[in-house]
Design a protein around this ligand. Sequence first.
Ligand code: SF4
Length: 179
Amino acid sequence: MTYVTKSPWVIHYDGSSCNGCDIEVLACLTPMYDVERFGIINTGNPKHADVFLVTGSINEQNISVVRQIYEQMPEPKVVVAIGICATSGGVFRECYNIKGGVDTVIPVDVYVPGCAARPEAIIDGVVKGLGVLAEKKAAMNSALTAVSETENAEMESEPPIEIQVFGSGEAPGKEAEHE
Ligand code: SF4
């Protein structure tokens, strides 16, 4: 199990599922499966979310919604496609308005198979996603450290600022007051 230093917050969006996978996602939150034992919290606000759970395939109407939710989530973030519809278009793949799986519009980190995906598989997928989240966070931190080290090196190599000192020790114009 991935070690997490904070409670990961998940947001769930139903693309165009038959609701079978959504029921299984909700089952994960019940005392029977108790996904909260991993510290996972369900939120409705993308700006608070670390993990994006998507069920159902992508169609012409939900493309912009999926993109908007994804773009509003802060970095680092992870996307988990749940069920065969979200992973590839599934049984709706050949429909006139279906574009395909979630990865046709946003990057997907973990694919959870099944029709419907079982709660155990969903929880396993989310926990795998937490591992990806930790890797992305570590990569971001090392990139930030590299940038700040470069900035510090540039500041140290710049010539010092010359401070102009006036001969009398007074600001210009003060002489007039003494005359
Ligand atoms: S994978 Fe199956 S249960 Fe899940 S949304 Fe698609 S058709 Fe429904």
